[in-house]
Design a protein around this ligand. Structure first.
Ligand code: GSH
Length: 210
């Protein structure tokens, strides 16, 4: 049964899903869908909100990156990316959920997009967006630092939280201001470096100019 990920190589949610697939050792085709250039293509790929990624496994289609990760982890052999212990499992879900709810918009859509991605690609960037994203990112980094320092997840064995946050934190720290903020969160920053160095991320997280 074939596996296809509909996504865009610069989409960090697409990268997060690809990291899960890579860490599970699941081979997949990538169907290129740039939701910003072609919103219709993302709708056609099966995402009712016109975003990426969308996973297709045979006749089964699923969107929302956390759901894709949980499905791939449960449906395929390979090392488990979900802890057995209830507290660690709950922390993993919490880290992903809090990042999606409070982290992605300021850290990625505002700060990374306007401080790193757009300027490096010669696209219009708004420094005010970059600045307000950085301010809002402080609370998110502190919340994730508390989780990493506790050590149930974002420490020890790789979990879905590392796959989800890995490409995001790597991207955020490409900005000098982002890196400076991350450095105030030692457990989180150490984990960010460790996960960024994995073979999967080195292959999947491309330079912004590619
Ligand atoms: N909640 C979604 C978010 C996906 C998402 O926001 N993807 C971005 C790219 S990283 C996107 O497709 N944006 C297109 C748009 O906002 O029009 C998930 O978890 O997969």
């Amino acid at each position: 049964v074939s596996v296809t990920l509909h996504g865009w190589r610069h989409s960090l949610y697409t990268q997060a899903a690809l990291v899960v697939l890579a860490e599970k050792g699941v081979g997949c085709d990538v169907a290129d869908v740039d939701p910003f250039a072609d919103p219709q293509a993302a709708l056609a790929a099966g995402h009712p909100f016109g975003r990426v990624p969308v996973l297709q496994h045979g006749a089964f289609r699923i969107y929302e990156t956390q759901a894709i990760g949980a499905y791939v982890d449960a449906a395929f052999a390979g090392s488990a990316l979900t802890p057995e212990a209830p507290k660690a499992r709950a922390r993993m879900v919490q880290a992903i959920a809090l990042f999606d709810a409070y982290g992605f918009a300021p850290m990625i859509a505002q700060h990374y997009a306007h401080a790193v991605f757009a300027p490096h690609r010669g696209e219009p960037a708004d420094p005010a967006q970059a600045a307000s994203g950085l301010t809002a990112a402080q609370r998110v980094c502190l919340a994730l630092e508390e989780i990493a320092a506790e050590g149930l997840v974002l420490a020890g064995p790789l979990t879905l939280a590392d796959c989800h946050l890995g490409p995001m934190l790597r991207a955020f720290a490409l900005s000098p201001d982002g890196a400076t903020l991350m450095a105030t969160c030692p457990a989180l920053d150490a984990r960010r470096r460790e996960v960024s160095a994995r073979e999967s991320l080195r292959r999947i997280c491309l330079p912004v100019t590619d």
